[in-house]
Design a protein around this ligand. Structure first.
Ligand code: PLP
Length: 302
């Protein structure tokens, strides 16, 4: 791929890599698809129903971070959707090809997309795209973020009692999450923390909430109907090797407001320190445990 640095400010970086993993006449052999050419049929159920699932991975130094965690979660999402996608080996062959095409010059955001395929039939469509990591993510890492708390409208036990809602799956139906982010941006915030209808802290529209309290890292448990974060999982592994406890515990907004530090963690933005929650400015002291460093180690950036 090109060598343009990802810090170009005024000209958006439009480089893309596309790899088709399943679908089309050639079956399941990963192949590079011209990034400026259409790939899906117009009736693909990903496009018309959001019927499928996806993963977003970081490419750093030409290597893909924690692919096995993403493939395990993709398998869980596709099982919940009753979708039979490519095998892990087929995905891995596509990921390797896409990362090689992208190169090591800039960080990339690599998506795995699994769609139910064309409505007319023909089976699943599976493909990979790579795009540059945008300036927003780099700013969030460096400067931190302001978040607004928004209701998701479901009780914290809804995920378990209503499996058809696919709450713990990473489905392609992200329009509401994107709308929540636009709603936040229009009000001067960078991101969102969702709350259940019974007042529990859930997650961000594309991130996991982590707080530091009394020397322990705490994040809400999966059973409140949230996506199990791969960044949290990889970070916890690194933290526990260093004797740092990472606990799962139900949290209220008050827990965030009195925490020693709060972060939103995710695969591409990595760790964004929360500086403000609605009108409340959070403590600015350097935390005793730096989640950003733990996450960097977990993804091979440090
Ligand atoms: N929660 C939601 C709803 C997400 O979309 C994401 C990531 O996209 C996360 C949490 C964080 O997951 P990960 O750390 O695997 O990126």
């Amino acid at each position: 791929m090109g060598t343009a640095t990802d810090s170009t400010v005024d000209r958006p970086d439009t480089r893309r890599v596309v790899v088709l993993v399943a679908g089309g006449p050639e079956g399941r052999r990963p192949r590079v698809h011209p990034a400026d050419q259409p790939l899906l049929l117009a009736d693909d159920l990903a496009a018309v129903r959001g019927d499928g699932c996806f993963e977003t991975l970081l490419v750093v130094g030409g290597k893909v971070a924690k692919p096995e965690r993403h493939l395990a979660r993709l398998r869980r999402s596709s099982a919940a959707l009753e979708l039979e996608g490519p095998s892990d080996d087929e995905w891995l062959a596509g990921i390797t090809l896409a990362a090689r095409e992208w190169g090591a010059a800039a960080e990339g955001m690599l998506r795995l997309v699994l769609s139910r395929g064309p409505e007319r039939g023909g089976g699943v469509t599976a493909y990979i795209t790579v795009a540059p990591v945008g300036p927003q993510a780099r700013r969030a890492r460096a400067e931190g973020i302001g978040v607004t708390v928004l209701s998701r409208g479901f009780a914290s036990d809804f995920g378990e009692s209503a499996p058809w809602m696919l709450l713990g799956s990473k489905t392609l139906s992200y329009a509401a999450n994107m709308a929540a982010l636009r709603y936040a941006t229009a009000r001067g915030f960078d991101d969102v923390v969702y709350l259940s209808s019974d007042g529990e802290v859930l997650e961000g529209p594309r991130s996991t909430v982590v707080i530091l309290r009394d020397g322990e890292l705490i994040s809400p448990p999966g059973e409140v109907g949230i996506l199990e974060g791969t960044t949290l999982g990889a970070m916890a592994e690194v933290a526990e090797r260093e004797g740092i406890t990472v606990r799962r515990e139900r949290l209220l907004v008050a827990d965030l407001l009195v925490a020693d530090a709060v972060w939103l963690v995710s695969s591409v933005t990595l760790a964004a320190r929360v500086r403000r929650i609605d009108e409340v400015t959070l403590p600015t002291a350097e935390p005793s445990i730096d989640v950003a460093t733990l996450v960097d180690r977990a993804v091979g950036r440090a």
